[in-house]
Design a protein around this ligand. Structure first.
Ligand SMILES: [Zn+2]
Length: 89
């Protein structure tokens, strides 16, 4: 089975993106700091879950996840939060 180069799939349920949709992109590799950036250190950086409306250029990046709607975005966020709780123990 071959796919078009611009085929996108939901990282939660595997659905293929169509023209009409309410898709999202998610970056789970980002960080945010409560201190000004020039004073930020590895200790002040906190992992951040960033959710943005779907963007094809973004979706092609390896670390960016795609979700076909709110339900699947919630599933990905649940997994992210569960993983953080495990890592924080
Ligand atoms: Zn989905």
């Amino acid at each position: 089975m071959s796919f078009l180069p611009d085929a996108f799939f939901c990282d939660a349920c595997g659905a293929q993106k169509r023209e009409v949709n309410h898709w999202w992109n998610i970056d789970m590799q980002g960080f945010i700091s409560g201190t000004p950036e020039d004073h930020a250190t590895a200790d002040t950086r906190l992992p951040a879950f960033m959710l943005v409306p779907f963007n094809a250029e973004l979706a092609r990046q390896d670390d960016i996840k795609s979700a076909c709607g709110q339900l699947c975005a919630h599933k990905i966020m649940d997994e992210y939060m569960s993983q953080l709780l495990i890592e924080c123990k």
